[in-house]
Each structure stands twice: as C-alpha cells, then as structure tokens.
Design a protein around this ligand. Structure first.
Ligand SMILES: [Zn+2]
Length: 479
C-alpha cells in the first residue's frame, strides 16, 4: 500500500462543511483519504506534527504576479518561491505570459499550482484602446491557446476606452473565460471613479472579476471611509455577477517610469505622490524616495525588498526611473472594513483575500487574515472561506478549497500564534516543511483551449472550466 502523509493533531478547519475539531488528516494518492480522531500511523508514513496549529484547505491566492513582471528584470522564480514560502498552494497570475510561466516552472518551480490570465494592453497586444470585436476574439483565442485561462485589463496603467473595456468583457464572457479588471479607463483612473464606471461598462449581463477593491479607496476622491461605503454599495448592487478580492499589504507596487520631460508615465504613482502633496513629476518622485515615502523595489539576499533614502534614490537614478516602486498607500482600516463587510443576508460582499503579491513583496494574506481573527473581526471558519473556499469557487476549482474525504490534498498548516504558514501539501506532496521549500515543478491549470500548449510544455497540467467559476455559476444568464 502506498505511503501516506499524515498531518497529525492539528485544529482542522473546513469552511464548506463547517468542520472545526482537532483531528488527523490522512493523505494518499494526491487526495484527502480521511479525517479521523486518531490515525494509526504505519511504517513509511510521513507524519507532520500539526499540534497547536491550524490545518486548512490550501490557500489559493486569487491575485498574484509571477509570470509577467520580467520587465523589471526580476526573475519569475523569485515569485514562485515567495508564494510557496507564504503558504500558497495555488496562485493565479493576473496578467502574465504563459511562456514566462512555463520557463519559470521548468527552471525553478516550487511545486505549487499555477494559472495565468493574459494581459490586454493597447499598442502591445491590441492595436488601440478601442479594439473591435474581431480583433479581440483573435487575441483572446490566441492567448487561450497558449494556456491562459482568461484575460486581465490594467486600467491604472494601460487603460482602454469605456467602450473598449466593455467589449473585452463581452468577448471574454462569450468565450466563457475568466476576465479580471484593474479598474480605470481613458475616462477615469485607478480610483473610486474607475469603480463607479463598472456598472455601466458591465451592462445588465456582464460577468467580471474586479481586482483589489481596496486600491480604489485610498482617499483620492472622497474620504477613505466614504469611499469604502460607496465601493461596497457598488459591489453589492452588481451582485452575484462579479467576484472581487482585497489585499492586505500596506505597501503598493507600481512603476517609477518618467518621460524625458519629467512627467510621470502612469496614473498610479501620480496618485500616490498627490496623496502626500508631492509634485506629480520626477522631482516629486525623487523627493518622496529621499524622504522614505517612496521605495524602490530591489533584490536583497534572494528576496525583493523595499529600499528608500539615499540607497533607493541611487537605484532610481541608476535605472533612469525605470524601476518598480512602492508607496505605503493601502490603508489597513480600508482592507479591514472591506474584508469584514457582509450584506443583509450575512454573506461577505468581497469574496476573497488575495495578495497582489507573488514576485512583489506583499505576500501577507494569511498573517493579516489571522490577525483579523485575533481582533474578533472574522470567525476562524470565515478566515478559511476568505483564504481558500471562496477563491477556489471564484476559479471553478471544484475539488479544492475544501478539506474532506475525496478533496484534492492541497493543505496549508498555519501557526496561529505568528499567523505564518509552516507547512503545505500540494497534490499530495509536501511543498513547504517547517518553512522551507522542499519541492519543485508544479501543476499548470489551463482550459480545454490550452491543453496542447500545456502538454507541449512538459509540465503537468489540469484542465479547468472557467464557466464553473462564481462569476458565471452563481447566477444563470438572465437573458
Ligand atoms: Zn495586480
């Protein structure tokens, strides 16, 4: 008989069945074989002592970046490592390239499950900010054939017109793929005004994943708490046709890029500077770095770190502004309020906690969600729903996000004192043991349209069906 992995004596928490008890989890052949009071360990079984710890279905990070940030010169492998160390068992790249992903997994996969949304960028992979439907269908079909599970628009960086944005969503909905939107169009920004635009863009039937709701409640238009209230109203009114997430890291991640005339190229860093009354140009950017408000993201000892002051400024100047940047603009009170908010029926308005991290040093989902449990803002099983059950449903990962016999053996073990992950199992293999990555490779999730590319990559893959994701399945098409 095959050897088993036994997670012994932890507090086993499952949001779907509402199971919450100290038990042994027995894993065999890649699935959860049984959850029992006390399992009699056999010779050759691999026992992980989980006493005093929480054992939850594996954390699914519904918004990460690890296969599309090569522009910054950082290796995607760093992202795969940072995710695995943070206790993630499945990560979705929001706007990457499958070739980058395949290459990273071959060179330095960490054993986790991965999927990617292709990025829709005017003047890069589409001809303008208002592409026609035929062009979009071609771009999407080509991208899905590389293995992507859908598309992502980056409104704060590469906005489309409102009409172009609506057309991308419509094309994705018709193809039945996942579609995510960092809000903002040519008419609005990566702010509350961008979110206000979404109902009209979506129309009566559109389905959408709205990325990081908290990023639009930084106080650019109203007071932050007023923006939170309005954002929640918008999400609630859009109802079951949208899925959404919130990230918990205070530092954001953006680009420093300035034009030769000293203006700042992107909307997000301009907003960050204005929030603290810095000039929205290269002089303001340099002053912010010198003062410690702005940080340059740099590789320090095999991890990405935030560097400001003289060292940060030297790097910014050396790279002639072409550097990833970070500002502490995400308000903890905003993330807290949006994560805890429930509708009149007691259901969460925002589905999941997701990092917007990966290669970005922001992988604090588990710590911050457990901190909310300690604060009394979430029940333990609600934290598990935010970290695993809900994100699994967002992507139609029907055999994940739950911890019961027959489910995939993707499990995260958490030290509730520190809030950090200590061990993970992915597909029945130990990936993280006592905080160290002990696995390699990984599994790619793709759709039926991407199976040839996935097979050609030589990397293990699984077919998923985006139509089973919540944005499509939570309510049937009213038309
Ligand atoms: Zn992102």
């Amino acid at each position: 008989m095959a050897n088993r992995i036994v997670l012994r004596g932890g507090r086993v928490l499952d949001a779907k069945t509402r199971f919450d008890a100290v038990a042994d989890v027995v894993i065999s052949g890649g699935i959860v074989e049984d959850i029992v009071d006390e399992y009699e360990v056999g010779a050759g079984d691999d026992v992980i002592d989980a006493s005093g710890k929480w054992v939850i279905p594996g954390h699914i990070d519904a918004h990460a970046h690890f296969a599309g940030t090569s522009d910054f010169g950082f290796d995607s492998v760093i992202g795969l490592k940072q995710l695995a160390r943070a206790g993630v068992t499945t990560a979705i790249d929001l706007g990457g390239s499958m070739d980058t992903l395949y290459d990273a997994v071959r060179r330095g996969g960490t054993g986790i499950n991965m999927a990617s949304l292709m990025r829709i960028t005017p003047s890069a992979n589409i001809s303008s900010a208002e592409p026609d439907r035929a062009e979009l269908d071609q771009v999407l079909t080509d991208g899905l054939a590389t293995g992507s599970i859908g598309a992502k628009m980056w409104g704060g960086y590469d906005p489309l017109t409102p009409e172009g944005t609506a057309r991308v969503i419509e094309a994705c909905n018709t193809l039945g793929t996942h579609v995510a939107f960092h809000v903002g169009t040519t008419e609005t920004g990566s702010r509350l005004d961008g979110l206000r635009e979404v109902p009209e863009i979506l129309g009566a039937n559109g389905r959408l994943h709205i990325a990081h709701i908290n990023a639009y409640c930084r106080g650019s238009i109203l007071e932050p708490h007023e923006e939170v209230i309005e954002a929640l109203q918008i999400i609630e009114e859009l109802g079951p046709r949208v899925v959404s997430e919130v990230h918990m890291a205070v530092p954001n991640f953006t680009r420093g890029e300035c034009a030769p005339d000293g203006s700042i190229v992107n909307d997000v860093p301009r907003n960050c500077l204005r929030l603290r009354d810095y000039e929205a140009n290269i002089d303001g950017m340099r002053a912010a770095i010198r003062d410690g408000y702005g940080s340059v993201v740099m590789l320090v000892n095999d991890r990405l770190d935030l560097v400001s002051g003289t060292a940060g400024l030297a790097e910014f100047d050396r790279l002639k502004s072409m550097t990833p940047m970070s500002f502490p603009v995400n308000l903890p009170s905003t993330a807290f309020a949006l994560t805890a908010a429930k509708d009149g029926e007691g259901k969460f308005v925002v589905d999941a906690v997701a990092s917007d991290g990966g290669i970005l040093p922001r992988n604090v989902n588990i710590e911050q969600t457990i901190a909310m449990v300690k604060f009394g803002a979430l029940e333990p099983l609600e934290a598990v729903a935010k970290l695993s059950y809900n994100p699994a449903r967002m992507f139609g990962l029907t055999n994940k996000g739950r911890l019961e016999s027959g489910a995939d053996a993707d499990i995260t073990v958490i030290n509730p004192q520190t809030g950090g992950a200590t061990d993970t199992v992915v597909g029945g293999k130990v990936v993280l043991r006592n905080g160290y990555i002990v696995s390699s490779g990984g599994t790619i999730f793709t759709t039926d349209r991407g199976k040839i590319a996935a097979a050609n990559s030589g990397i293990p893959y699984e077919i998923i069906e985006p139509l089973q994701g919540l944005m499509y399945s939570r309510v049937s098409d009213p038309s």
